[in-house]
Design a protein around this ligand. Structure first.
Ligand SMILES: Nc1ncnc2c1ncn2[C@@H]1O[C@H](COP(=O)(O)OP(=O)(O)OP(=O)(O)O)[C@@H](O)[C@H]1O
Ligand SMILES: [Mg+2]
Length: 277
């Protein structure tokens, strides 16, 4: 272990990101999508990454497991998960981390699910890859996962295809797939944006309950102050590739310090109410 000064004073973070830089394209025209991001996520917490469209939230989330689109590349920085330097891992090791210690869910469950495979087969695939004790007989674990994400009649549902499920159900299936590897960190990129408000609240509540049950941390990427108010423990505000403010949820809603954070509030006609949980 490297003995940098903050290792000595602060408790070890689950995820530690320092100076992360991601560029898209090269030369003069390169977009600095992520421009020196620092983050610390503690075990079990919900850490919201908040900011307007195009500020670099998804690029930040994707670069943590090196899942960048063509033309994008990590120029520098450090991403350490529980002592493992993810940016230095060989690709084959990295593939075990994705869906293993790091689960991921995205905005559009329909594009992430395979339309010609039953949901049970898709969850089983993740179980086989990331949960060795259940590798040979994944079915009991599949049913357990479907039950954990609140899908009624899981045995029957596991034999259905994605088009037979509602949007909220599909997102629950995506969460089940992400949970198959018993992640320490779940990266959720706008997980409820495509859902209507009632279902959105249910899925956020589910994530919170799962988090309590499993102890996983969640990096929740969102542009929605209401979502932050509902579930975040801490908030980082991103603007033009940089994090301009990090605060506890209560301190943030009591009054963001950075001008951009204030602007976000001003653009919300009705402030979300921040209630105790
Ligand atoms: N596939 C891509 N090719 C080229 N440029 C991209 C690509 N994806 C994103 N970008 C650019 O990278 C920057 C950061 O984009 P990113 O997707 O991270 O934003 P975001 O904060 O997630 O936005 P949103 O809230 O709309 O999802 C933007 O300037 C965007 O135009
Ligand atoms: Mg995005």
């Amino acid at each position: 272990m490297t003995a940098s000064p903050d290792h000595l004073s602060a408790p070890a973070s689950l995820l530690r990101v320092r100076g992360l830089r991601v560029h898209i394209g090269a030369g003069e025209g390169a977009v600095r999508a992520v421009d020196g991001v620092d983050l610390d996520i503690q075990p079990g917490e919900t850490f919201a990454l908040l900011g307007e469209s195009g500020c670099g939230k998804s690029m930040t989330g994707l670069s943590l497991t090196r899942l960048l689109p063509l033309g994008a590349r990590v120029l520098g920085g450090e991403v350490v998960l529980d002592g493992t330097d993810l940016l230095a891992l060989p690709e084959e090791r990295m593939r075990r981390e994705r869906g293993g210690r790091v689960g991921m869910i995205f905005q559009e469950p329909m594009t992430s699910l395979n339309p010609v495979m039953t949901i049970g087969e898709q969850i089983a695939e993740a179980v086989r890859l990331h949960d060795p004790p259940h590798r040979r007989r994944p079915q009991s674990r599949v049913v357990e996962l479907l039950r954990a994400v609140g899908i009624p009649d899981p045995e029957r549902r596991s034999r259905e295809y994605p088009h037979q499920l509602s949007g909220g159900m599909k997102q629950r299936v995506m969460i089940a797939i992400a949970l198959a590897g018993r992640p320490k960190l779940l990266i959720a990129d706008e997980p409820t944006t495509a859902l209507d408000v009632t279902i959105q609240a249910q899925v956020l509540r589910l994530l919170k309950d799962l988090q309590r049950a499993t102890g996983m941390a969640v990096l929740l990427i969102t542009h929605d102050l209401g979502v932050v108010a509902q579930v975040a423990d801490r908030v980082a505000v991103m603007y033009a590739g940089e994090i301009v403010e990090t605060a506890d949820r209560r301190a943030f809603f009591a009054g963001p310090r950075h001008p951009y954070g204030r602007l976000l509030f001003a653009s919300c006609l009705t402030l979300p109410s921040v209630t105790g949980r």
